[in-house]
Design a protein. Structure first.
Length: 157
C-alpha cells in the first residue's frame, strides 16, 4: 500500500468518522429524549422518538458498512498511516465516537429501567383493580342478596 493510497483512505475515513460523530450526537440527544418520555410513561411520544431513532440508526449502520473496509486497511497499515498528518485527529474522532456510543448505551439502560418501573407500576395497578373488583362484587352480593322466595310462588302459582 502506497503512502498516497493511505492518505486517500485516511481522508475518506476522516469524512466518514465526522459524519458518524454527527449522527451519534443526534442519537445521543434522541436517547436522552427517550429516557425522559420513558420516565413520564409517555408512550405516544416514545413511539415517535423511536421512529426518529430508527432512521438515524439506519443511516449510521449504512455509513459504518461503508467505512469498515477502510478502517481495516488503515488498522493493518497503522505504523505507516500514523506518519500521515491528520492521523492523530482522526484517531481522536474515532475515540469520541466510542465515548458517544458508551454514553448512549448508558442512557438506554436508564430508559429500560424506567420502562421496567412503569411495567411494575402497571401490573400493581392491575392487581389493585382486580382486588377492588372482587371486593366490590362481594359487597354487591351483600347489598343485593338473591331472592329465593320468588321460586316458591312460581311453583305454587
Amino acid at each position: 500500500m502506497t503512502r498516497d493510497d493511505l492518505v486517500r483512505l485516511l481522508e475518506q475515513y476522516r469524512a466518514g468518522i465526522e459524519a458518524e460523530v454527527t449522527l451519534l450526537h443526534q442519537l445521543a440527544e434522541i436517547a436522552r429524549h427517550q429516557r425522559e418520555v420513558s420516565k413520564e410513561s409517555d408512550f405516544i411520544s416514545f413511539r415517535d422518538v423511536a421512529d426518529m431513532r430508527d432512521d438515524l440508526m439506519r443511516s449510521l449502520v449504512s455509513l459504518e458498512e461503508d467505512l469498515r473496509e477502510t478502517r481495516q486497511i488503515l488498522t493493518a497499515n497503522r505504523e505507516q498511516a500514523h506518519t500521515i498528518p491528520g492521523y492523530d485527529a482522526v484517531s481522536q474522532r474515532h475515540l469520541e465516537a466510542v465515548r458517544l456510543v458508551n454514553a448512549i448505551l448508558s442512557t438506554d439502560q436508564q430508559s429500560m429501567s424506567a420502562l421496567a418501573d412503569a411495567e411494575l407500576a402497571r401490573r400493581s395497578a392491575v392487581v389493585s383493580l382486580e382486588r377492588g373488583e372482587t371486593t366490590l362484587a362481594a359487597y354487591r352480593r351483600v347489598l343485593s342478596p338473591p331472592v329465593h322466595n320468588a321460586s316458591l310462588v312460581d311453583k305454587l302459582g
